[in-house]
Design a protein around this ligand. Structure first.
Ligand code: MF3
Ligand code: CO
Ligand code: CO
Length: 268
């Protein structure tokens, strides 16, 4: 039998077929449903490994596959990034306390398609400064999403995010970016959350990628801890992140990872 032919741009970005959108939507929905469910467990006194155990059990119950367990030696079904952790926080015995904010990031593989999404949660009461950070980060993601349609460029997406964040006197993390995905976890292009209008590859129908801005209350610099995964803000300022997986359509984009319960944001 012939291999399925996949079209690619000169930048190595895969152009998926219309039928592929259904596979991505199924995978994205599973990841989003699991994020909806785990929200019920987030509270002061709970450890991040309890949250990860729940996610792992939900992945097993649904007979789908975790994309992160075994990925470059990573051992967990989620990344859980608390307060000044920017991304790739490793679930463990850390106990959440009142006012902690956390990002939970889940990627699943369903029928070979990858669904990758993350959002913010709060343990107990949301402090005012954290609330502002979370709102700006959420809205920055949607500024980026609004820039997704054929003919725009990846620089337009980055610029939309960066200009919004900086107008709110917060900073965009440069050290991590979004990525193409589909039948693979991380593919071209790097989706930068900063940039100049009109630069970078041009968007075309059938491109699938994530947008996942990380925003800091303080400076943008990060460092990775000795565990080789946990990325933190160098100045210890609070950091937030939201992530959707999207596909470029003829006139805009489709969000594959919308929350079925409408709970994408911690105050919804
Ligand atoms: N889900 C993350 C992303 O948005 C990647 C996590 S890789 C892991 O790309 F190994 F840290 F889990
Ligand atoms: Co991602
Ligand atoms: Co992710």
């Amino acid at each position: 039998m012939d291999e399925p032919r996949t079209r690619q741009t000169k930048d190595g970005i895969t152009l998926h077929e219309p039928a592929d959108f259904a596979g991505m939507l199924k995978a994205g929905r599973v990841a989003a449903e699991i994020l909806d469910q785990v929200g019920g467990l987030v509270a002061p006194g709970v450890t991040t490994e309890v949250l990860d155990d729940f996610i792992r059990a939900e992945i097993e119950r649904r007979a789908v596959v975790s994309a992160t367990i075994g990925y470059r030696g990573y051992q967990h079904a989620s990344c859980i990034s608390v307060n000044h952790v920017v991304c790739h926080g490793i679930p463990g015995p850390k106990v959440l306390k009142d006012g902690d904010i956390l990002n939970i990031d889940v990627t699943v593989i369903v029928d070979g398609w990858y669904g990758d999404t993350s959002r913010m949660y709060v343990a107990g009461d949301l402090p005012r400064k954290a609330e502002r950070l979370i709102q700006v980060t959420h809205d920055a993601l949607f500024k980026g999403i609004e820039a997704v349609r054929p003919g725009k460029t990846f620089g337009d997406i980055g610029h939309a995010i960066q200009s919004y964040v900086e107008a709110n006197r917060m900073s965009v993390v440069r050290d991590f970016c979004g990525h193409g995905l589909g039948r693979v976890f991380h593919a071209p292009p790097n989706v930068l959350h900063y940039g100049r209008p009109g630069t970078g590859p041009r968007l075309e129908e059938g491109m699938f990628f994530t947008i996942e801005p990380m925003v800091n209350l303080g400076r943008p610099e990060t460092k990775v801890l000795a565990d080789d995964w946990t990325a933190v803000t160098r100045d210890k300022s609070l950091s937030a992140q939201f992530e959707h997986s999207v596909g470029v359509t003829a006139d805009g984009c489709e969000l594959f990872t919308l929350s079925p319960a409408g709970k994408f944001h911690p105050t919804w």
